[in-house]
Design a protein around this ligand. Structure first.
Ligand SMILES: [Zn+2]
Length: 141
């Protein structure tokens, strides 16, 4: 079996810029903390990532600039920080829900990049553990 990491482990090895936001979303959407041992470092096909998070209208100048900068990074094959994804079955949207890395994802989509490095959570799938913010664990603290 491959070894599992916690999000805290991964954050220590490669710092995530919006870590607080990721933690909030993980708690709210998946009832899980940074200590849940459900994470793997993977390379993920861009076409399998949540299509609902493709930005159709890049009206905002700053957003456009961020995506354009990342596109040139990808074009040069320079490394980008890993996306933060949750694996799950969402037939219309793709296999991976995007927790962090919206601009990197959109740049890769526009640039036609085949795959990107990502931290992927397997919560109750692929042999991964169940969420760790159940009532029982809260009561124990
Ligand atoms: Zn999985």
């Amino acid at each position: 079996m491959a070894t599992w990491s916690t999000l805290a482990d991964l954050h220590r090895s490669e710092s995530c810029k919006d870590y607080d936001v990721v933690l909030d979303n993980l708690a709210v959407l998946y009832s899980s903390t940074e200590e849940l041992r459900c994470w793997k470092s993977e390379v993920v096909p861009v076409g399998e990532i949540d299509r609902f998070q493709i930005m159709d209208d890049l009206d905002d100048h700053d957003e456009t600039q961020r995506v354009e900068t990342l596109r040139s990074v990808l074009r040069l094959n320079d490394p980008v920080p890993p996306l933060v994804l949750v694996h799950g079955i969402t037939p219309d949207r793709g296999k991976y829900f995007l927790l962090d890395g919206c601009h990197r994802f959109n740049a890769a989509h526009l640039e036609g990049t085949g795959s990107l490095p990502a931290w992927v959570a397997h919560i109750d799938c692929c042999g991964g553990p169940s969420p760790d913010m159940g009532n029982a664990s809260l009561a124990a603290e």
